[in-house]
Design a protein around this ligand. Structure first.
Ligand code: 6PG
Length: 242
């Protein structure tokens, strides 16, 4: 893995508070410099505490949600009401608890046919960034990332087609081992972000985290923001073996 910084925490609660502080720091800087803040939320269960922390009375006032745009790094190909949906998770733990304009929530329409869902989402990202005058590759201010025990991140699973995508910004990805389709941002898009932050929690992630930090060629190790900062936030259960 390229330039990265590892920060460890006693538990998911303290990790979530630190991640919320980083979220706010990046948001304040982006809004003061450009007038808007773009973040790609991560899926799975780990970020739930972060989203709840951001939605708490103490934290939510610190963010200008009118100027914040929420995207997702990936989504399962299910309807938004499904318990599998990453949108549903963030909606319950964050979006319904803050005052954010509906137009600032860029949900992946993963209930549609996968290829169509991917191309619609890619178009939404490109149109959004070109509206704000972005010239080349869209560059998110912050991409939140999880880590799977098998070393996947986003929906870039080992030995799947999406991992090798070098042109498209968003693709549909069939994950054999899950027997399921996913929609995911690709490495070219994520690696153009200003900040990539992994949130890693739990003993079951210790092996993948060790591999990530040792430079093992797992999908998560291909997250190498060209100009951006790369942070790994891990609780002591995940970082125990380091
Ligand atoms: C997803 C995620 C995926 C997730 C990891 C970790 O849609 O599931 O994008 O990459 O971040 O699998 O998931 P947990 O946080 O649930 O362990």
């Amino acid at each position: 893995m390229g330039r990265f910084e590892l920060r460890t925490f006693d538990d998911i609660g303290s990790l979530a508070v630190h991640a919320a502080d980083i979220f706010i720091e990046i948001a304040l800087k982006a809004i003061s410099e450009k007038g808007y803040f773009t973040v790609a939320l991560s899926g799975g269960s780990t970020p739930k505490r972060l989203y709840e922390t951001l939605a708490s009375e103490e934290f939510k006032q610190k963010i200008d949600w009118e100027k914040t745009h929420l995207f997702w790094g990936d989504e399962r190909c299910v309807c938004p009401e499904s318990s599998e949906s990453n949108y549903r998770g963030a909606n319950a733990s964050l979006i319904t608890r803050i005052d954010i304009p509906a137009g600032n929530v860029h949900r992946i329409k993963a209930e549609l046919e996968p290829k169509l869902a991917a191309s619609l989402y890619e178009k939404e990202i490109i149109d959004f960034f070109s509206k704000y005058g972005a010239d080349s590759l869209p560059s998110f201010d912050l991409v939140l990332l999880g880590l799977g025990a098998d070393g996947h991140t986003l929906s870039l699973f080992p030995s799947t087609k999406a991992l090798g995508e070098s042109k498209r910004l968003v693709v549909e990805n069939h994950v054999e081992k899950l027997g399921a389709w996913r929609i995911t941002m690709t490495l070219p898009l994520v690696n153009s972000a200003s900040n990539c932050v992994f949130l890693v929690s739990g003993k079951e992630k210790a092996g993948a985290l060790k591999g990530l930090l040792a430079g093992k060629d797992i999908p998560a190790a291909r997250i190498r923001p060209a100009k951006g900062r790369l942070l790994v936030l891990a609780d002591k259960d995940a970082a125990g073996g380091l």
